[in-house]
Design a protein around this ligand. Structure first.
Ligand SMILES: [Zn+2]
Ligand SMILES: [Zn+2]
Ligand SMILES: [Zn+2]
Length: 264
């Protein structure tokens, strides 16, 4: 593990919806915009914690995101869920053991592990044959909602969220919580999101959507939870960063790729 850090940091690696922004083939004003805050890769954050880096999800742009943020290695990965926009960069985790000296610890629920074993089957030994070649070396650690676990020097609390019909996990570390891909928050989970300094919350677009909060639904949750600051993520091309940010209430802002937030 690396040296201990005193100041903890949340790094927004990607803040876009599943298509990314710009969206292939789209010529709307946001997709054509010159504002770098309107260029959104798939959603992921990195927590820089006392003993190292905890990555939340491995997007198709994970390699680009880590290079851009000048992150040398990842010490552990936790998954919110196994949708393609949160998972498909995992192959590049094969580089991390060079720095770690061992496999990468993967914290996820059983259905996510099953999905990873299926999608990245070449990384796992099967039928007595060892996985060979330059493949990700992964070590699973099962996690469950509302059961805290320890990783890279911090206590991490998984929180059950509903993403349409899919069960998803949010994560709380101290007074910071990351809640992406959510269309409803169970009452028991709302209690685990009280007294936050920073909430990161899904807000896909202005119009309702079956598996994500719209902006007005996200604002309603924020009114209930009253975090000191909220950053909205999983953003579609429906949001032009500057004008949208200007109309948001105090303490609420759109996240953007490269945004960092220090916390203690
Ligand atoms: Zn997503
Ligand atoms: Zn567009
Ligand atoms: Zn999803």
């Amino acid at each position: 593990m690396s040296q201990q850090r005193e100041c903890l940091r949340l790094v927004f690696l990607g803040t876009g919806t599943s298509t990314g922004v710009p969206m292939i083939g789209c010529e709307c004003a946001v997709c054509l915009s010159d504002d770098p805050r309107n260029q959104r890769t798939r959603p992921s954050v990195l927590f820089q914690l006392r003993d190292g880096n905890l990555l939340i999800d491995t997007t198709p742009e994970m390699r680009i995101q880590l290079l851009r943020a000048k992150v040398k290695t990842v010490h552990a990965i936790a998954y919110t869920h196994a949708h393609a926009d949160h998972l498909f960069g995992l192959d590049d985790a094969r580089l991390f053991p060079r720095f770690l000296g061992g496999p990468v610890r993967i914290y996820c629920e059983q259905w996510v592990e099953d999905c990873i074993r299926r999608v990245f089957h070449y990384a796992f030994a099967d039928a007595g044959k060892a996985a060979s070649g330059f493949v990700p070396k992964l070590e699973f650690a099962p996690i469950a909602p509302a059961v805290p676990f320890e990783s890279v020097g911090e206590t991490i609390l998984p929180i059950r969220l509903e993403h349409g019909p899919f069960p998803v996990l949010g994560f709380r570390i101290r007074n910071v919580a990351y809640c992406t891909d959510v269309s409803a928050i169970p009452v028991d989970s709302l209690r685990l999101l009280e007294d936050l300094d920073v909430l990161v919350l899904d807000a896909l677009r202005l119009e309702p959507h079956p598996t994500h909060f719209s902006l007005s639904q996200a604002l309603e949750i924020i009114r209930q939870l009253r975090p000191r600051q909220t950053y909205l993520t999983h953003l579609s091309h429906g949001f032009d960063h500057g004008p949208t940010n200007a109309m948001l209430p105090p303490g609420v802002a759109l996240a953007y790729d490269g945004l960092t937030v220090d916390f203690s």
